[in-house]
Design a protein around this ligand. Structure first.
Ligand code: FE
Length: 323
């Protein structure tokens, strides 16, 4: 087992707190676990921790921090020492709601991370008690009924340096990547587990730093992704990319923009990596130009838009990243 067990929770910022909350509760079907000032704590029915998403009102959309759970107290110490060695460590805090001491750091691109080990398991109230003792919460089937946080895709001005940091300081494995003809890196699909991707870096078309591309929530079937698309449609949620299958990591996807402007994916599929010597799959510029798995081409905004948004008057996306 790697020193990082999995990612999450994640704190997401929104300028339209009420409408974003309605999206996560009514459309994605998440449960409110608690509230604290400007933050609402949300969970999927399969999340074992108390919450996987902290939704916080803010002037701008984007990601405040991404949590990483270490696999043991020793693993936490090892990773903190490794991060400190890079000079990117910021220090310990008491930790967020339901969590023990957390070590805060930034990746080379400037995204905030919180590394922790101790956390509380979810203890459902009576009305959310499941029938089966191996399930954290009752399945209610409201909205898209997402099960859990699955993966996080952040944007980086320089993919390579953040990808190397994730591998060297955090111990992530690199399963897939995109290398452009000029030798630069346009994307890296990293994982701390056998899941084909957990933490993804893709190139920021504006060369901006610290931005979010999307958060992805898991459902068990492709049919649920299609049903989520119908829900997005009838709830006025902008569908940026209708359901299809990615070539990279082979995830089945639906991408929409929640009312606060953040891109949210409902996902399933993908593959597991059982091979401890799995060779990194490198995709070329020409291969990427063929589109997604079934030849569908994603819209341009998918390769340029992120949160917080970049003021289009001040910046022009770099054409090479438009793939
Ligand atoms: Fe995704």
């Amino acid at each position: 087992m790697s020193d990082i067990a999995h990612l999450g929770p994640v704190e997401l910022l929104t300028p339209t707190a009420e409408r974003s909350l309605a999206f996560f509760v009514d459309v994605l079907g998440m449960e409110v676990e608690g509230q604290d000032g400007a933050s609402v704590y949300l969970r999927g029915w399969g999340d074992y921790q108390r919450y996987s998403l902290v939704l916080t009102e803010s002037a701008q959309a984007g990601m405040a921090w991404l949590g990483l759970r270490a696999s043991s107290p020793e693993a936490l110490r090892r990773r903190v020492a490794a991060v400190q060695g890079t000079g990117l460590g910021e220090g310990w805090s008491e930790g967020a709601r339901g969590r023990g001491p957390s070590y805060r750091f930034r990746d080379p691109d400037g995204h905030n991370f919180e590394l922790y080990y101790e956390c509380e398991r979810y203890d459902p109230p009576e009305h959310l008690r499941p029938a089966l003792k191996n399930q954290p919460q009752r399945y209610l089937g409201r909205g898209a009924a997402v099960k859990r946080l699955d993966h996080v895709n952040v944007l980086a001005a320089d993919v390579r340096s953040s990808r190397e940091f994730a591998q060297e300081a955090l111990g992530y494995r690199l399963y897939e990547r995109v290398e452009l003809d000029d030798g630069s890196e346009a994307g890296a699909w990293l994982s701390a587990s056998i899941a084909a991707h957990e933490l993804i870096y893709t190139r920021d078309a504006y060369g901006a730093r610290g931005r979010l591309h999307h958060l992805a929530f898991w459902v068990d079937t492709r049919e649920e992704c299609l049903r989520a698309a119908d829900l997005f449609l009838d709830h006025g949620i902008k569908i940026e990319a209708a359901p299809s299958k990615h070539a990279i990591a082979q995830g089945f996807f639906l991408y929409g923009i929640e009312p606060g402007g953040n891109r949210i994916e409902v996902t399933t599929g993908g593959y597991f990596v059982f091979d401890p010597e799995h060779p990194t799959v490198t995709w070329t510029e020409e291969e990427r130009a063929r589109g997604q798995a079934w030849g569908v081409h994603t819209v341009e905004s998918f390769h340029t838009y992120g949160t917080p948004p970049v003021d289009a008057a001040d910046a022009r996306p770099d054409g090479e990243a438009l793939r």
